[in-house]
Design a binder for this molecule. Structure first.
Ligand SMILES: Cc1cc2nc3c(=O)[nH]c(=O)nc-3n(C[C@H](O)[C@H](O)[C@H](O)COP(=O)(O)OP(=O)(O)OC[C@H]3O[C@@H](n4cnc5c(N)ncnc54)[C@H](O)[C@@H]3O)c2cc1C
Length: 566
Protein backbone atom coordinates (compact mmCIF):
# COMPACT_ATOMS: atom_id res chain seq x y z
CA UNK A 1 0.00 0.00 0.00
CA UNK A 2 1.21 3.49 -0.78
CA UNK A 3 2.38 5.43 2.24
CA UNK A 4 1.09 8.96 2.67
CA UNK A 5 3.34 11.17 4.75
CA UNK A 6 2.36 14.66 5.80
CA UNK A 7 4.90 17.14 7.10
CA UNK A 8 4.17 20.28 9.11
CA UNK A 9 6.83 22.93 8.56
CA UNK A 10 8.70 23.31 5.31
CA UNK A 11 12.10 24.65 6.26
CA UNK A 12 15.14 23.00 7.88
CA UNK A 13 13.75 19.84 9.49
CA UNK A 14 10.56 19.52 7.47
CA UNK A 15 12.07 19.81 4.00
CA UNK A 16 14.98 17.53 4.90
CA UNK A 17 12.56 14.90 6.14
CA UNK A 18 10.58 15.18 2.90
CA UNK A 19 13.67 14.81 0.73
CA UNK A 20 14.95 11.81 2.72
CA UNK A 21 11.57 10.07 2.57
CA UNK A 22 11.52 10.50 -1.18
CA UNK A 23 14.97 8.93 -1.46
CA UNK A 24 13.77 5.96 0.59
CA UNK A 25 10.41 5.56 -1.09
CA UNK A 26 9.68 6.52 -4.68
CA UNK A 27 5.99 5.70 -4.33
CA UNK A 28 5.07 7.57 -1.14
CA UNK A 29 2.76 10.56 -1.37
CA UNK A 30 4.55 13.40 0.45
CA UNK A 31 2.83 16.67 1.27
CA UNK A 32 4.61 19.49 3.11
CA UNK A 33 2.56 22.27 4.71
CA UNK A 34 4.27 25.58 5.34
CA UNK A 35 2.30 28.50 6.70
CA UNK A 36 4.91 31.02 5.61
CA UNK A 37 5.51 32.21 2.07
CA UNK A 38 8.57 30.10 1.38
CA UNK A 39 9.84 26.59 1.83
CA UNK A 40 13.45 25.73 2.37
CA UNK A 41 15.06 29.09 2.96
CA UNK A 42 18.33 29.71 4.74
CA UNK A 43 17.22 30.82 8.23
CA UNK A 44 20.83 31.12 9.31
CA UNK A 45 21.62 33.62 6.54
CA UNK A 46 18.66 35.91 7.27
CA UNK A 47 20.67 38.46 9.33
CA UNK A 48 23.21 38.78 6.51
CA UNK A 49 20.58 40.27 4.22
CA UNK A 50 20.18 43.17 6.66
CA UNK A 51 23.70 44.33 5.79
CA UNK A 52 23.60 43.35 2.14
CA UNK A 53 26.18 40.58 2.56
CA UNK A 54 23.41 38.47 1.04
CA UNK A 55 22.43 41.03 -1.54
CA UNK A 56 18.83 40.08 -2.31
CA UNK A 57 16.13 38.37 -0.28
CA UNK A 58 15.54 36.05 -3.27
CA UNK A 59 18.94 34.48 -2.62
CA UNK A 60 17.75 33.40 0.83
CA UNK A 61 15.16 31.14 -0.75
CA UNK A 62 16.85 27.88 -1.65
CA UNK A 63 14.08 26.19 -3.61
CA UNK A 64 10.46 26.55 -4.71
CA UNK A 65 7.36 24.35 -4.57
CA UNK A 66 7.58 24.02 -8.36
CA UNK A 67 11.13 22.74 -8.22
CA UNK A 68 10.26 20.36 -5.37
CA UNK A 69 7.45 18.95 -7.49
CA UNK A 70 9.52 18.51 -10.62
CA UNK A 71 12.71 17.22 -8.99
CA UNK A 72 11.35 15.17 -6.09
CA UNK A 73 7.63 14.75 -6.65
CA UNK A 74 7.05 16.49 -3.32
CA UNK A 75 3.83 18.48 -2.93
CA UNK A 76 4.92 21.57 -0.96
CA UNK A 77 2.05 23.89 -0.09
CA UNK A 78 3.10 27.33 1.10
CA UNK A 79 0.71 29.56 3.02
CA UNK A 80 -1.04 26.43 4.19
CA UNK A 81 -1.28 26.16 7.95
CA UNK A 82 -2.08 22.93 9.74
CA UNK A 83 -4.57 24.05 12.35
CA UNK A 84 -5.53 20.72 13.92
CA UNK A 85 -4.59 17.07 14.09
CA UNK A 86 -7.38 14.52 14.34
CA UNK A 87 -5.38 11.61 15.71
CA UNK A 88 -8.38 9.28 15.92
CA UNK A 89 -8.95 9.58 12.16
CA UNK A 90 -5.27 10.14 11.26
CA UNK A 91 -6.13 13.39 9.52
CA UNK A 92 -4.96 16.96 9.72
CA UNK A 93 -7.04 20.05 9.21
CA UNK A 94 -5.40 22.60 6.97
CA UNK A 95 -6.19 26.24 6.32
CA UNK A 96 -5.25 27.73 2.99
CA UNK A 97 -4.14 31.17 4.13
CA UNK A 98 -4.65 32.64 0.64
CA UNK A 99 -8.28 31.62 0.23
CA UNK A 100 -9.41 30.92 3.80
CA UNK A 101 -10.51 27.43 2.72
CA UNK A 102 -10.19 24.72 5.39
CA UNK A 103 -9.78 21.11 4.31
CA UNK A 104 -8.65 17.77 5.71
CA UNK A 105 -5.85 15.52 4.58
CA UNK A 106 -5.32 11.95 5.78
CA UNK A 107 -1.93 10.52 6.75
CA UNK A 108 -0.23 7.24 7.49
CA UNK A 109 2.66 9.06 9.14
CA UNK A 110 2.94 12.67 10.23
CA UNK A 111 6.16 14.60 10.85
CA UNK A 112 6.03 17.78 12.94
CA UNK A 113 8.82 20.27 12.34
CA UNK A 114 7.11 23.53 13.28
CA UNK A 115 10.25 25.15 14.68
CA UNK A 116 10.34 27.76 17.41
CA UNK A 117 8.67 31.02 18.28
CA UNK A 118 10.22 34.15 19.70
CA UNK A 119 8.91 34.51 23.26
CA UNK A 120 7.77 38.11 23.37
CA UNK A 121 8.14 39.75 26.79
CA UNK A 122 5.27 41.89 28.04
CA UNK A 123 6.65 45.30 27.09
CA UNK A 124 4.40 48.31 27.42
CA UNK A 125 3.71 49.96 24.08
CA UNK A 126 4.97 47.05 22.00
CA UNK A 127 2.00 47.21 19.64
CA UNK A 128 2.47 50.89 18.98
CA UNK A 129 5.96 50.77 17.48
CA UNK A 130 7.60 49.07 14.51
CA UNK A 131 8.79 45.81 16.01
CA UNK A 132 10.07 42.79 14.07
CA UNK A 133 11.41 39.30 14.64
CA UNK A 134 14.06 37.69 12.42
CA UNK A 135 12.58 34.27 11.72
CA UNK A 136 11.89 34.12 7.99
CA UNK A 137 12.38 35.84 4.64
CA UNK A 138 9.19 37.86 5.02
CA UNK A 139 10.52 39.23 8.33
CA UNK A 140 13.76 40.51 6.83
CA UNK A 141 11.97 41.96 3.81
CA UNK A 142 9.65 43.85 6.15
CA UNK A 143 12.56 45.09 8.21
CA UNK A 144 14.30 46.36 5.07
CA UNK A 145 11.11 48.05 3.86
CA UNK A 146 10.47 49.70 7.21
CA UNK A 147 14.05 50.91 7.49
CA UNK A 148 13.97 52.60 4.13
CA UNK A 149 10.38 53.88 4.24
CA UNK A 150 10.78 55.51 7.64
CA UNK A 151 14.34 56.67 7.00
CA UNK A 152 15.18 55.03 10.30
CA UNK A 153 18.45 55.86 12.01
CA UNK A 154 18.24 54.10 15.37
CA UNK A 155 17.56 50.42 15.88
CA UNK A 156 17.05 48.80 19.27
CA UNK A 157 17.78 45.08 19.34
CA UNK A 158 16.26 43.32 22.34
CA UNK A 159 18.15 40.15 23.27
CA UNK A 160 21.84 39.29 23.11
CA UNK A 161 21.58 35.70 21.90
CA UNK A 162 23.17 34.73 18.61
CA UNK A 163 20.27 36.04 16.49
CA UNK A 164 20.30 39.38 18.34
CA UNK A 165 24.06 39.68 17.94
CA UNK A 166 23.97 38.81 14.25
CA UNK A 167 21.11 41.25 13.67
CA UNK A 168 23.00 43.98 15.56
CA UNK A 169 26.21 43.32 13.64
CA UNK A 170 24.55 43.40 10.23
CA UNK A 171 22.43 46.47 10.97
CA UNK A 172 25.52 48.27 12.21
CA UNK A 173 27.35 47.25 9.05
CA UNK A 174 24.43 48.73 7.11
CA UNK A 175 25.09 52.07 8.83
CA UNK A 176 22.42 52.23 11.54
CA UNK A 177 22.92 53.27 15.14
CA UNK A 178 22.39 50.01 16.98
CA UNK A 179 21.48 49.66 20.65
CA UNK A 180 21.68 46.09 21.93
CA UNK A 181 19.88 45.45 25.20
CA UNK A 182 20.35 42.25 27.22
CA UNK A 183 18.80 41.46 30.61
CA UNK A 184 21.62 39.17 31.72
CA UNK A 185 25.13 40.22 32.79
CA UNK A 186 26.53 38.98 29.47
CA UNK A 187 25.50 38.41 25.88
CA UNK A 188 25.67 34.95 24.31
CA UNK A 189 25.10 32.67 27.28
CA UNK A 190 26.43 29.82 25.12
CA UNK A 191 29.88 31.20 26.02
CA UNK A 192 31.29 31.60 29.50
CA UNK A 193 31.55 35.04 31.05
CA UNK A 194 35.35 35.13 30.78
CA UNK A 195 35.35 34.21 27.09
CA UNK A 196 32.46 36.39 25.98
CA UNK A 197 34.26 39.54 27.16
CA UNK A 198 36.26 39.42 23.93
CA UNK A 199 33.11 39.49 21.82
CA UNK A 200 31.50 42.19 23.96
CA UNK A 201 34.52 44.42 23.44
CA UNK A 202 34.37 43.78 19.71
CA UNK A 203 30.72 44.85 19.62
CA UNK A 204 31.61 48.08 21.39
CA UNK A 205 34.74 48.69 19.33
CA UNK A 206 32.62 48.37 16.19
CA UNK A 207 30.14 50.94 17.47
CA UNK A 208 27.27 48.85 18.85
CA UNK A 209 25.92 50.41 22.04
CA UNK A 210 25.68 47.52 24.48
CA UNK A 211 23.41 47.58 27.54
CA UNK A 212 23.73 44.62 29.93
CA UNK A 213 21.71 43.85 33.06
CA UNK A 214 18.93 45.94 31.53
CA UNK A 215 15.47 45.15 30.25
CA UNK A 216 13.38 47.20 27.85
CA UNK A 217 10.40 48.12 30.00
CA UNK A 218 8.43 50.25 27.58
CA UNK A 219 8.41 51.30 23.95
CA UNK A 220 7.29 54.80 23.09
CA UNK A 221 7.22 56.71 19.85
CA UNK A 222 10.90 57.21 19.06
CA UNK A 223 12.19 55.71 22.33
CA UNK A 224 12.85 52.50 24.19
CA UNK A 225 12.75 52.90 27.96
CA UNK A 226 15.17 50.71 29.91
CA UNK A 227 14.67 49.31 33.41
CA UNK A 228 17.21 51.88 34.61
CA UNK A 229 14.93 54.62 33.29
CA UNK A 230 17.34 55.54 30.51
CA UNK A 231 15.69 56.28 27.17
CA UNK A 232 17.29 55.00 23.98
CA UNK A 233 16.42 56.59 20.64
CA UNK A 234 14.53 53.98 18.65
CA UNK A 235 13.00 54.05 15.20
CA UNK A 236 12.55 50.33 14.92
CA UNK A 237 12.86 47.41 17.33
CA UNK A 238 14.17 43.93 16.61
CA UNK A 239 12.86 41.34 19.02
CA UNK A 240 15.48 38.62 19.46
CA UNK A 241 14.48 37.25 22.82
CA UNK A 242 15.23 33.62 22.12
CA UNK A 243 13.58 30.57 20.63
CA UNK A 244 10.82 28.65 22.36
CA UNK A 245 9.52 25.37 20.94
CA UNK A 246 6.34 25.93 18.93
CA UNK A 247 4.24 23.15 20.40
CA UNK A 248 0.78 24.73 20.16
CA UNK A 249 -0.48 22.34 17.48
CA UNK A 250 0.91 19.29 19.29
CA UNK A 251 -0.58 20.43 22.57
CA UNK A 252 -3.98 20.96 20.95
CA UNK A 253 -3.76 17.42 19.55
CA UNK A 254 -3.10 16.04 23.04
CA UNK A 255 0.49 14.97 22.37
CA UNK A 256 2.71 14.82 25.43
CA UNK A 257 4.88 17.85 26.09
CA UNK A 258 8.01 18.26 28.21
CA UNK A 259 8.20 20.47 31.29
CA UNK A 260 9.41 23.34 29.12
CA UNK A 261 6.48 22.72 26.77
CA UNK A 262 8.48 21.27 23.91
CA UNK A 263 7.01 18.31 22.02
CA UNK A 264 8.06 15.20 23.94
CA UNK A 265 9.83 12.61 21.79
CA UNK A 266 11.52 9.30 22.49
CA UNK A 267 14.96 8.20 21.33
CA UNK A 268 13.57 7.72 17.80
CA UNK A 269 11.91 11.16 17.63
CA UNK A 270 8.49 9.58 17.94
CA UNK A 271 5.96 11.56 19.91
CA UNK A 272 3.52 9.97 22.32
CA UNK A 273 1.58 8.94 19.16
CA UNK A 274 3.35 6.11 17.27
CA UNK A 275 2.36 7.60 13.90
CA UNK A 276 3.68 11.09 14.62
CA UNK A 277 7.31 12.13 14.66
CA UNK A 278 8.58 15.51 15.84
CA UNK A 279 11.98 17.05 15.13
CA UNK A 280 13.97 20.28 15.20
CA UNK A 281 13.47 23.33 17.39
CA UNK A 282 10.10 22.04 18.60
CA UNK A 283 11.63 19.12 20.56
CA UNK A 284 14.24 18.59 23.25
CA UNK A 285 17.27 16.35 22.84
CA UNK A 286 19.29 14.20 25.17
CA UNK A 287 22.64 15.81 25.92
CA UNK A 288 25.28 13.09 26.05
CA UNK A 289 27.55 15.03 28.44
CA UNK A 290 25.13 16.51 30.95
CA UNK A 291 22.79 13.48 30.71
CA UNK A 292 19.89 15.92 30.61
CA UNK A 293 17.16 16.64 28.13
CA UNK A 294 17.01 20.22 26.86
CA UNK A 295 16.36 22.27 23.71
CA UNK A 296 19.02 22.53 21.00
CA UNK A 297 17.63 25.02 18.49
CA UNK A 298 20.25 24.65 15.79
CA UNK A 299 20.13 23.80 12.11
CA UNK A 300 22.53 20.83 12.08
CA UNK A 301 20.60 18.82 14.69
CA UNK A 302 17.28 19.58 12.94
CA UNK A 303 18.63 18.31 9.62
CA UNK A 304 20.07 15.16 11.18
CA UNK A 305 16.91 14.45 13.15
CA UNK A 306 14.96 14.70 9.89
CA UNK A 307 17.04 11.93 8.36
CA UNK A 308 16.89 9.93 11.57
CA UNK A 309 13.07 10.10 11.74
CA UNK A 310 12.62 9.32 8.04
CA UNK A 311 14.92 6.31 8.34
CA UNK A 312 13.07 5.08 11.39
CA UNK A 313 9.78 5.40 9.52
CA UNK A 314 11.19 2.94 6.97
CA UNK A 315 12.65 0.49 9.48
CA UNK A 316 16.23 1.72 9.07
CA UNK A 317 17.17 2.07 12.70
CA UNK A 318 19.99 4.30 13.92
CA UNK A 319 21.45 4.71 17.41
CA UNK A 320 20.58 7.99 19.06
CA UNK A 321 23.94 8.77 20.61
CA UNK A 322 22.72 12.07 22.07
CA UNK A 323 23.94 15.58 21.39
CA UNK A 324 26.87 17.59 22.67
CA UNK A 325 25.78 21.04 21.40
CA UNK A 326 28.24 22.77 19.08
CA UNK A 327 27.77 26.23 17.64
CA UNK A 328 29.70 29.15 16.24
CA UNK A 329 29.19 32.72 15.14
CA UNK A 330 30.94 35.73 13.70
CA UNK A 331 30.93 39.03 15.56
CA UNK A 332 32.41 41.59 13.17
CA UNK A 333 36.12 40.69 12.93
CA UNK A 334 36.00 37.99 15.60
CA UNK A 335 34.81 34.43 15.47
CA UNK A 336 33.61 32.32 18.36
CA UNK A 337 32.93 28.60 18.62
CA UNK A 338 31.80 26.41 21.48
CA UNK A 339 31.22 22.72 21.99
CA UNK A 340 30.09 20.54 24.88
CA UNK A 341 29.77 21.78 28.44
CA UNK A 342 30.57 25.31 29.52
CA UNK A 343 30.81 26.64 33.05
CA UNK A 344 27.50 28.39 32.41
CA UNK A 345 25.83 25.05 31.62
CA UNK A 346 27.44 23.30 34.59
CA UNK A 347 26.30 26.02 36.99
CA UNK A 348 22.87 26.61 35.49
CA UNK A 349 22.01 22.92 35.61
CA UNK A 350 23.73 22.35 38.92
CA UNK A 351 25.71 19.48 37.42
CA UNK A 352 27.68 17.65 40.08
CA UNK A 353 30.85 17.47 38.06
CA UNK A 354 34.20 18.51 39.56
CA UNK A 355 36.14 20.37 36.89
CA UNK A 356 38.94 22.75 36.10
CA UNK A 357 39.92 24.36 32.83
CA UNK A 358 42.87 25.49 30.81
CA UNK A 359 43.03 28.77 28.98
CA UNK A 360 45.71 28.97 26.31
CA UNK A 361 46.46 31.78 23.88
CA UNK A 362 48.62 30.51 21.03
CA UNK A 363 48.85 32.06 17.59
CA UNK A 364 46.42 30.50 15.12
CA UNK A 365 49.08 30.18 12.42
CA UNK A 366 52.85 30.58 12.58
CA UNK A 367 53.27 34.02 14.07
CA UNK A 368 55.60 35.38 11.37
CA UNK A 369 53.05 34.56 8.67
CA UNK A 370 50.84 37.42 7.43
CA UNK A 371 47.47 37.44 9.15
CA UNK A 372 48.52 35.51 12.25
CA UNK A 373 46.14 36.16 15.14
CA UNK A 374 45.87 35.26 18.79
CA UNK A 375 43.48 32.51 19.61
CA UNK A 376 41.78 32.18 22.99
CA UNK A 377 41.01 28.53 23.73
CA UNK A 378 39.37 27.36 26.92
CA UNK A 379 39.09 23.62 27.53
CA UNK A 380 37.08 22.34 30.48
CA UNK A 381 38.02 18.94 31.90
CA UNK A 382 36.78 16.71 34.66
CA UNK A 383 38.71 16.18 37.86
CA UNK A 384 40.16 13.59 38.52
CA UNK A 385 39.71 11.78 35.20
CA UNK A 386 41.01 14.46 32.84
CA UNK A 387 38.01 13.73 30.62
CA UNK A 388 37.29 16.65 28.33
CA UNK A 389 33.89 18.21 28.94
CA UNK A 390 33.85 21.09 26.51
CA UNK A 391 35.75 23.82 24.70
CA UNK A 392 35.34 27.41 23.60
CA UNK A 393 37.57 29.23 21.17
CA UNK A 394 37.50 32.90 20.18
CA UNK A 395 39.75 34.90 17.90
CA UNK A 396 40.04 36.58 14.55
CA UNK A 397 41.33 33.46 12.81
CA UNK A 398 40.02 29.95 12.28
CA UNK A 399 38.73 29.19 15.75
CA UNK A 400 35.94 26.98 14.45
CA UNK A 401 38.44 24.37 13.31
CA UNK A 402 39.82 24.04 16.85
CA UNK A 403 36.38 23.61 18.34
CA UNK A 404 35.36 21.20 15.60
CA UNK A 405 38.39 19.02 16.34
CA UNK A 406 37.33 18.79 19.96
CA UNK A 407 33.64 18.43 19.03
CA UNK A 408 34.60 15.49 16.85
CA UNK A 409 36.18 13.76 19.81
CA UNK A 410 33.68 14.66 22.50
CA UNK A 411 31.24 11.82 21.96
CA UNK A 412 34.03 9.31 22.35
CA UNK A 413 35.03 10.32 25.87
CA UNK A 414 38.40 11.95 25.12
CA UNK A 415 40.87 12.89 27.83
CA UNK A 416 43.60 15.52 27.97
CA UNK A 417 46.05 12.78 26.91
CA UNK A 418 44.12 12.36 23.65
CA UNK A 419 44.17 16.11 23.08
CA UNK A 420 47.90 16.24 23.59
CA UNK A 421 48.45 13.44 21.07
CA UNK A 422 46.15 14.69 18.33
CA UNK A 423 48.05 14.63 15.07
CA UNK A 424 46.66 17.51 13.05
CA UNK A 425 47.64 18.92 9.67
CA UNK A 426 50.29 21.58 9.84
CA UNK A 427 51.94 24.08 7.51
CA UNK A 428 52.69 27.72 8.48
CA UNK A 429 49.74 29.31 6.66
CA UNK A 430 47.25 27.01 8.40
CA UNK A 431 48.27 26.33 11.98
CA UNK A 432 51.25 25.86 14.26
CA UNK A 433 53.30 22.71 14.66
CA UNK A 434 51.71 21.93 17.97
CA UNK A 435 48.23 23.28 17.52
CA UNK A 436 46.32 25.14 20.21
CA UNK A 437 44.39 21.96 21.00
CA UNK A 438 47.70 20.16 21.64
CA UNK A 439 48.77 23.03 23.90
CA UNK A 440 45.54 22.77 25.84
CA UNK A 441 46.32 19.08 26.37
CA UNK A 442 49.84 19.81 27.64
CA UNK A 443 48.76 22.57 30.01
CA UNK A 444 45.72 20.63 31.18
CA UNK A 445 47.86 17.63 32.06
CA UNK A 446 50.26 19.88 33.98
CA UNK A 447 47.32 21.13 36.02
CA UNK A 448 45.77 17.69 36.46
CA UNK A 449 49.02 16.08 37.60
CA UNK A 450 49.88 18.98 39.89
CA UNK A 451 53.01 19.86 37.94
CA UNK A 452 52.05 23.51 38.18
CA UNK A 453 49.41 25.45 40.06
CA UNK A 454 47.32 28.11 38.31
CA UNK A 455 44.86 30.87 39.06
CA UNK A 456 42.28 32.00 36.56
CA UNK A 457 41.85 35.55 35.30
CA UNK A 458 38.61 35.74 37.25
CA UNK A 459 40.60 35.44 40.49
CA UNK A 460 43.23 38.09 39.74
CA UNK A 461 41.26 41.16 40.83
CA UNK A 462 40.67 39.68 44.28
CA UNK A 463 44.35 38.82 44.59
CA UNK A 464 45.47 42.30 43.53
CA UNK A 465 43.07 43.89 45.98
CA UNK A 466 44.36 41.69 48.79
CA UNK A 467 47.96 42.73 48.06
CA UNK A 468 49.20 39.44 46.55
CA UNK A 469 52.76 39.28 45.17
CA UNK A 470 52.86 39.34 41.37
CA UNK A 471 55.91 38.87 39.16
CA UNK A 472 55.79 40.07 35.57
CA UNK A 473 58.10 37.89 33.43
CA UNK A 474 58.06 40.12 30.36
CA UNK A 475 60.70 42.59 29.20
CA UNK A 476 60.94 46.00 30.83
CA UNK A 477 59.56 47.60 27.67
CA UNK A 478 56.46 45.43 27.76
CA UNK A 479 56.04 46.02 31.48
CA UNK A 480 56.22 49.77 30.96
CA UNK A 481 53.39 49.54 28.41
CA UNK A 482 51.01 48.15 31.01
CA UNK A 483 51.17 45.72 33.93
CA UNK A 484 49.27 44.55 36.99
CA UNK A 485 49.38 47.32 39.55
CA UNK A 486 52.06 46.56 42.12
CA UNK A 487 53.67 43.74 40.10
CA UNK A 488 57.46 43.33 40.23
CA UNK A 489 59.14 43.11 36.84
CA UNK A 490 61.67 40.27 36.58
CA UNK A 491 62.01 39.37 32.90
CA UNK A 492 62.49 35.67 32.21
CA UNK A 493 65.94 36.42 30.77
CA UNK A 494 67.00 37.96 34.11
CA UNK A 495 65.26 35.44 36.37
CA UNK A 496 68.22 33.14 37.00
CA UNK A 497 70.33 36.10 38.18
CA UNK A 498 67.52 37.57 40.29
CA UNK A 499 65.91 34.49 41.84
CA UNK A 500 66.79 35.63 45.34
CA UNK A 501 64.32 38.50 44.94
CA UNK A 502 61.45 36.02 44.80
CA UNK A 503 60.02 35.46 48.29
CA UNK A 504 59.59 31.91 49.56
CA UNK A 505 57.24 32.67 52.42
CA UNK A 506 54.15 33.76 50.49
CA UNK A 507 52.36 32.77 47.27
CA UNK A 508 53.98 34.32 44.21
CA UNK A 509 51.83 34.77 41.08
CA UNK A 510 53.68 34.87 37.77
CA UNK A 511 52.36 36.22 34.53
CA UNK A 512 53.66 37.46 31.20
CA UNK A 513 51.83 38.22 27.95
CA UNK A 514 50.17 34.88 27.22
CA UNK A 515 51.65 32.62 29.96
CA UNK A 516 54.48 31.02 27.96
CA UNK A 517 57.34 32.91 29.60
CA UNK A 518 55.73 32.85 33.02
CA UNK A 519 55.22 29.09 32.70
CA UNK A 520 58.94 28.73 32.02
CA UNK A 521 59.65 30.99 34.98
CA UNK A 522 57.42 28.85 37.21
CA UNK A 523 59.30 25.71 36.06
CA UNK A 524 62.68 27.35 36.70
CA UNK A 525 61.68 28.43 40.18
CA UNK A 526 60.08 25.09 41.08
CA UNK A 527 63.16 23.25 39.86
CA UNK A 528 65.24 25.56 42.09
CA UNK A 529 63.25 24.77 45.22
CA UNK A 530 60.38 27.28 45.22
CA UNK A 531 57.08 25.57 46.05
CA UNK A 532 54.94 28.70 46.31
CA UNK A 533 54.83 29.83 42.69
CA UNK A 534 51.56 29.98 40.80
CA UNK A 535 50.89 30.67 37.13
CA UNK A 536 48.33 33.30 36.19
CA UNK A 537 46.51 31.46 33.41
CA UNK A 538 45.88 33.81 30.47
CA UNK A 539 48.35 36.38 31.81
CA UNK A 540 48.23 40.01 30.68
CA UNK A 541 46.14 39.33 27.56
CA UNK A 542 43.59 37.28 29.47
CA UNK A 543 43.41 39.77 32.33
CA UNK A 544 42.95 42.71 29.97
CA UNK A 545 40.08 41.05 28.12
CA UNK A 546 38.49 39.88 31.35
CA UNK A 547 38.68 43.24 33.10
CA UNK A 548 38.12 45.80 30.36
CA UNK A 549 34.38 45.61 29.80
CA UNK A 550 33.38 45.61 33.47
CA UNK A 551 35.86 48.44 34.11
CA UNK A 552 34.14 50.54 31.42
CA UNK A 553 30.64 49.53 32.46
CA UNK A 554 31.06 50.16 36.15
CA UNK A 555 33.78 52.81 36.21
CA UNK A 556 35.69 50.80 38.81
CA UNK A 557 39.42 51.20 39.35
CA UNK A 558 41.38 49.08 36.82
CA UNK A 559 43.86 46.53 38.25
CA UNK A 560 46.26 47.14 35.38
CA UNK A 561 48.13 50.32 34.54
CA UNK A 562 47.23 49.84 30.85
CA UNK A 563 45.38 47.04 29.04
CA UNK A 564 47.17 44.81 26.58
CA UNK A 565 45.14 43.17 23.84
CA UNK A 566 47.86 42.20 21.35
C1 LIG B 1 18.05 34.33 12.13
C2 LIG B 1 18.42 32.92 12.44
C3 LIG B 1 19.75 32.56 12.36
C4 LIG B 1 20.13 31.27 12.66
N1 LIG B 1 21.45 30.94 12.57
C5 LIG B 1 21.82 29.66 12.83
C6 LIG B 1 23.19 29.27 12.68
O1 LIG B 1 24.05 30.08 12.29
N2 LIG B 1 23.50 27.99 12.96
C7 LIG B 1 22.57 27.07 13.36
O2 LIG B 1 22.92 25.90 13.59
N3 LIG B 1 21.28 27.42 13.51
C8 LIG B 1 20.88 28.68 13.25
N4 LIG B 1 19.56 29.02 13.37
C9 LIG B 1 18.61 28.02 13.88
C10 LIG B 1 18.08 27.10 12.79
O3 LIG B 1 17.64 27.86 11.71
C11 LIG B 1 16.95 26.28 13.38
O4 LIG B 1 17.46 25.52 14.44
C12 LIG B 1 16.36 25.33 12.35
O5 LIG B 1 15.84 26.05 11.27
C13 LIG B 1 15.25 24.50 13.00
O6 LIG B 1 14.58 23.75 12.03
P1 LIG B 1 13.04 23.43 12.21
O7 LIG B 1 12.63 22.64 11.02
O8 LIG B 1 12.81 22.87 13.54
O9 LIG B 1 12.32 24.84 12.20
P2 LIG B 1 12.28 25.95 11.06
O10 LIG B 1 13.41 25.79 10.12
O11 LIG B 1 12.14 27.25 11.74
O12 LIG B 1 10.95 25.62 10.26
C14 LIG B 1 9.71 25.59 10.91
C15 LIG B 1 8.64 26.05 9.92
O13 LIG B 1 7.40 25.49 10.31
C16 LIG B 1 6.38 26.38 9.94
N5 LIG B 1 5.18 26.05 10.71
C17 LIG B 1 5.03 26.10 12.06
N6 LIG B 1 3.80 25.68 12.42
C18 LIG B 1 3.16 25.39 11.28
C19 LIG B 1 1.84 24.91 10.99
N7 LIG B 1 0.98 24.66 11.96
N8 LIG B 1 1.50 24.70 9.71
C20 LIG B 1 2.37 24.95 8.72
N9 LIG B 1 3.62 25.40 8.92
C21 LIG B 1 4.01 25.61 10.18
C22 LIG B 1 6.95 27.73 10.27
O14 LIG B 1 6.33 28.73 9.51
C23 LIG B 1 8.43 27.55 9.92
O15 LIG B 1 8.71 28.10 8.64
C24 LIG B 1 19.15 30.31 13.05
C25 LIG B 1 17.81 30.67 13.12
C26 LIG B 1 17.45 31.97 12.80
C27 LIG B 1 15.99 32.34 12.86
Amino acid sequence: MLKKVLIVGGVAGGMSAAARIRRLDEQAEIIVFERGEHVSFSNCSLPYHLSGVVATSEELVLTTPESLKSHYNIDARVRHEVIDIDRAKSEVEVKNLNTGEVYREAYDKLVLSPGAKVPVPPIKGLDEVSCFTVRNVTDVRRIQECLSETEAVNVVVIGGGFIGIEAAENLKMAGYEVYLVEMLPQVLMTFDFDMVQILQKELIDQGVKLYLNQAVNALEEGHAVLSSGEKLPSDIVIMATGAKADSALAEKAGLELTERKAIKVDQNFLTSDPDIYAIGDAVEVFYALSRQTAPLPLAGPALKQARFAADHMYGKYTMNTGYIGSSCLKVFDYNGAVTGLTENIIKRNNLQVPYDYVYVIPSDIVSIMPGAENQYLKVIFEIPTGKILGAQCIGRGDVVKRCDVIAGMLKFGPTLEDLKDLELCYAPPFSIGRDSVNFAGYVGLNILHGVIKQVHVSEVRGLVESGAYFVDSRSKGEYDCGHIKGAVNIPLYELRQRMDEIPRDQPVYLYCRSSTRSYNAVCALQNSGWDNVILVSGSMLGISWYEWFEDQRTGRDPIVTEYNFN
